[in-house]
Design a protein around this ligand. Structure first.
Ligand SMILES: Cc1ncc(COP(=O)(O)O)c(C=O)c1O
Length: 478
């Protein structure tokens, strides 16, 4: 099953052990989460072109180890794992955080619910504008002709492309019109599709920032060789990029994930000059770009050179990842190829949701929601940054005032993994930054935590920072 991305080296032997190792790594990295149903041994064996006995042996091994649970009539699923080296967190008077099945993203350590869940990458889902979304969905359904319920234009319904073109031009200074826009199932889908097209054009390499979101790496690596390029205080180092020989790069210029820096004006110009010089392509992941608190958001790169940049965005951080609605804004020829790709692979995105989003934008609901969330997130970021400053001496908050996470460098000498583990035991779920760096740089990177603050109230963020401070102080005492 290709989307499980289980590596298999037939020359290396012990295929069942390799499959088991692939599953363990996927669970530890958060790629496969508790409750996920696995394919039957027969289906997986067929997809991986191995005998069924090989898969049965791997499943049995993993079931014995506690990674999987098998129930008659319910198939085989990823078990709700508690890491064996961790005692349970302390009893807390606070209500435990609702724990989404998809919560783990970056590295291990996030499979146990924590009262203070600062795992990054999630918006405040309790603020989803249910009533207004419902009204938009109802309005769309009431007015849609029956013919609209047939297979859609694989590029996306025109009403949504038109609304998004207007919105992205207005808010992100994009060069957008409906012919350049293709609706995708999120940024992740846009990345996979673009990698397929790059490959078809003869690209063998894609440059990616270092550090980066480890969640997206398997999607990219499944299709192309990925090289990592250092990010510093000005963002991606374009001189280093030029030395890789790649002609395509994936960047997060508005708010680099995870360091939180913004690509400087100098680097933006250098990046575009590089793309023109090598006749290459810049893939711009407009990650959490709606949320800039200290100034007006910097316009997207795509608006600067719409022939060399593809802008990818989604509503995953602005509304909810569950909607799986995103977009690519591309040069018209590439947009047409993305449309053809969808026509050949999946026939397009769900129509009712597209019309609901179009209506939500048209009615002003999206702008209103973003204004509310910007205020809310800003207050949360300020509260957490201030509390870190007060309660975790020696820690440094990096990056600009934006987004839904903080990159916090720990005092020099701290062991990041031990701090993250101990924080978890104290009830605060945090992600260490090390796994987001390439292995070559992970050892030299300053110890750091990535803290998502979107889902916690200010008082809870202050409490979480206090607990983190106690953990770091204990670690410093050794
Ligand atoms: C930096 C970054 N970009 C994009 C994505 C994927 O976003 P989407 O939900 O739009 O597919 C993620 C997901 O975690 C991410 O970390």
């Amino acid at each position: 099953m290709t989307d499980l991305h289980l590596p298999l080296d037939r020359a290396a032997g012990r295929l069942s052990a390799q499959i088991a190792a692939g599953f363990r790594a996927a669970v530890r990295s958060g790629r496969l989460t508790a409750g996920t149903r696995l394919p039957s041994s027969r289906d997986l064996a067929r997809d991986m072109d191995v005998s069924r006995g090989v898969v049965v042996a791997a499943y049995e091994q993993l079931t014995a180890e506690g990674f999987l649970v098998a129930r008659r009539g319910d198939g085989t699923r990823i078990a709700p794992l508690a890491r064996p080296d961790e005692p349970p967190g302390p009893a807390s008077p606070e209500p435990p955080a609702a724990y989404a099945a998809d919560a783990p993203q970056e590295g291990a350590g996030a499979l146990t619910p924590r009262p203070y869940d600062l795992w990054p990458g999630h918006p405040d889902l309790s603020s989803f504008p249910r009533d207004r979304w419902l009204a938009a969905a109802r309005a769309a359904l009431r007015t849609l002709p029956s013919d609209a319920l047939s297979y859609p234009d694989p590029a996306g319904v025109h009403a949504l492309r038109a609304e998004l073109a207007g919105y992205l031009s207005r808010v992100r200074a994009a060069h957008a019109d409906p012919n350049r826009l293709v609706i995708m199932n999120g940024v992740a889908h846009g990345l996979s599709a673009l990698v397929a097209l790059l490959r078809a054009d003869g690209h063998t390499t894609l440059a990616v920032e270092d550090p980066t979101s480890v969640r997206q790496l398997p999607m990219l690596e499944a299709g192309i060789r990925v090289v990592r390029v250092r990010v510093d205080a000005e963002g991606l180092n374009v001189d280093d990029l030029a030395r890789t020989g790649a002609r395509a790069v994936l960047v997060t210029p508005a708010h680099q994930y995870p360091t939180g820096v913004v690509l400087s004006a100098r680097r933006r110009a250098a990046l575009i000059a590089w793309a023109r010089g090598v006749h290459g392509l810049i893939i711009e992941d407009d990650y959490d770009a709606e949320f800039r608190y200290d100034r007006e958001p910097v316009g997207c790169l795509q608006g600067v050179d719409p022939d060399r940049v593809v802008l990818l965005g989604s509503v995953s951080k602005s509304l909810a990842p569950a909607l799986r609605l995103g977009w690519a804004v591309a040069p018209p020829v590439l947009a047409e190829r993305l449309r053809a790709h969808r026509a050949h692979t999946d026939l397009g995105s769900p129509v009712l949701e597209q019309h609901a989003l179009a209506e939500f934008i048209r009615s002003g609901g999206y702008d209103r929601h973003l204004r509310t969330m910007r205020r809310r997130y800003r207050a949360r970021r300020d509260a957490l940054a201030q509390a870190i400053h007060e309660h975790v001496p020696g820690a440094m908050v990096q990056g600009v005032s934006a987004g839904i996470h903080l990159y916090v460098e720990l005092p020099p000498g701290c062991d990041e993994e031990r701090v993250a583990d101990a924080a978890g035991r104290a009830g605060v779920a945090v992600a260490g930054a090390r796994t987001m760096w390439s292995p070559a740089r992970a050892g030299r990177a300053a110890p750091a935590l990535v803290l998502g603050y979107a889902r916690q109230s200010e008082p809870r963020l202050v409490k979480a920072a206090e607990l983190l401070g106690q953990v770091v102080a204990r670690e410093a005492r050794g």
